[in-house]
Design a binder for this molecule. Structure first.
Ligand code: MLT
Length: 393
């Protein structure tokens, strides 16, 4: 062929983090067909959808089977019923949003990647360690990326102190994936103030909001000034068990504009052109997850995973291993013993205990020497992993 390709892809690591883990686990399984592997790697939920959600979905399926109530394409930004449910959900946190600022989508991962299309060649600030999609999608777009170093010294919560310059795209994930660190109001206000003063935009990844335990903001819009500098992306995946069902939303406040151009209109234009909506059945399920009863059921899902987190955290405490997370986050972020590099630890844990986790280095250079375990497994799998971890560590 003679077509020109996007050379930026040459700057990516060969595999996406979770594909690399999948490949290594497959190779191990092929070499050890009798292996009994416990998977605490990718943060994929294991509890089924809740009653409210499945009842609503079943009703929606029946509507789709009836000529009188069948639906074709979804409205491009989501059905009004779901958008209203999302706006009402924000009222739980004292946040008021207009319905035309909310865009329903098929996943926070997709929106985090796709939102980069709205921007020109701005400098990008990405926490390190963090969810790898921020970095990979900006590498694909050929942007200049700098890292906000996070470590034990700053509680894995970088601040804007010492930053100069303007017009940054700044990523914040709170509660953070992978470290579980969560910004309080003062910490988030510092970022909002910096973004406002420097003409920057915050992309706030709120996928783990449901895991917050304590007096922390559940939305960046709880912070004064955030409507003028922040986009928020949230998901039903970890809250309502929708990793396989796919539904999320992105909030782009009307106040956001640059050079007289509205970001809300741009995102609407982008979605209308390239996205054809989330299935009706799924949106009905998502609506039900945000109802009072659905919300209560989701709290139970979260409670179950947090009990798993307590079991894993218990191993770390008993073994005297430094860790974060597990309180406002479904992830345990542990320090690899004896300074072991994180991929080496991954391979040892897989081959010696047949437990899969996620190497810290996969979340950025500052993640080297750490390791992430997810609490999204079943109770049985988590208990088995705990037994093996006690022996292994
Ligand atoms: C993770 O394990 O970090 C997440 O499950 C990945 C994702 O949400 O895409």
């Amino acid at each position: 062929m003679k077509i020109l390709l996007n050379d930026n892809y040459k700057n990516l690591k060969k595999n996406y983090l979770f594909s690399e883990i999948g490949a290594r686990v497959r190779a191990y399984s092929e070499a050890h067909p009798d292996a009994n592997i416990v998977r605490l790697g990718i943060g994929d939920v294991t509890l089924p959808l809740t009653k409210s959600v499945t009842v609503a979905m079943a009703k929606a399926v029946a509507e789709m089977a009836d000529k009188a109530t069948f639906r074709g394409y979804s409205p491009e930004y989501g059905y009004d019923f779901l958008i209203r449910a999302i706006a009402n959900h924000y009222k739980r946190y004292g946040v008021t949003l207009a319905c035309d600022e909310i865009f329903v989508s098929d996943g926070a991962k997709s929106d985090v990647g796709n939102i980069t299309e709205l921007f020109g060649d701005n400098p990008v600030l990405i926490p390190d360690p963090v969810y790898p999609v921020y970095l990979d999608s900006n590498i694909m777009a050929g942007r200049r990326v700098s890292f906000l170093r996070a470590g034990e010294e700053n509680g894995f919560l970088p601040t804007p102190e010492g930053l100069s310059g303007e017009g940054y795209i700044i990523y914040i994930c709170s509660p953070n994936n992978p470290t579980g660190a969560v910004y309080d109001r003062a910490g988030l206000s510092e970022w909002v103030n910096f973004a406002t003063a420097s003409g920057s935009l915050i992309i706030f990844d709120n996928a783990y909001e449901a895991y917050i335990n304590g007096d922390y903001p559940h939305s960046i819009y709880e912070i004064e000034g955030a409507r003028g500098c922040a986009i928020e992306i949230c998901s039903f995946s970890k809250t309502a068990g929708f990793t396989g069902t796919r539904c999320s939303w992105t909030v782009v406040p009307r106040e956001l504009s640059s050079g007289g151009v509205s970001l809300c209109e741009m995102w609407g234009r982008r979605q209308a052109t390239k996205f054809n909506g989330v299935p009706y059945v799924v949106q009905r399920g998502a609506e039900a997850a945000l109802s009072d009863e659905g919300f209560r059921e989701c709290r139970e899902l979260v409670g179950y995973y947090m009990e798993n987190a307590a079991l894993i955290s218990g191993v770390m405490r008993d073994k005297g291993i430094y860790f974060t997370g597990g309180t406002s986050s479904p992830y345990i972020w542990m320090k690899c013993p004896d300074g072991c590099p994180s991929w080496t630890f991954f391979d040892k844990l897989l081959s010696e205990a047949e437990v899969v986790g996620t190497p810290g280095a996969g979340f950025g250079a500052c993640g080297e020497g750490y390791f992430r375990l997810t609490s999204f497994g079943s109770r049985e799998a988590t208990e088995e992993a705990v037994r093996r971890l006690y022996k292994f560590l």
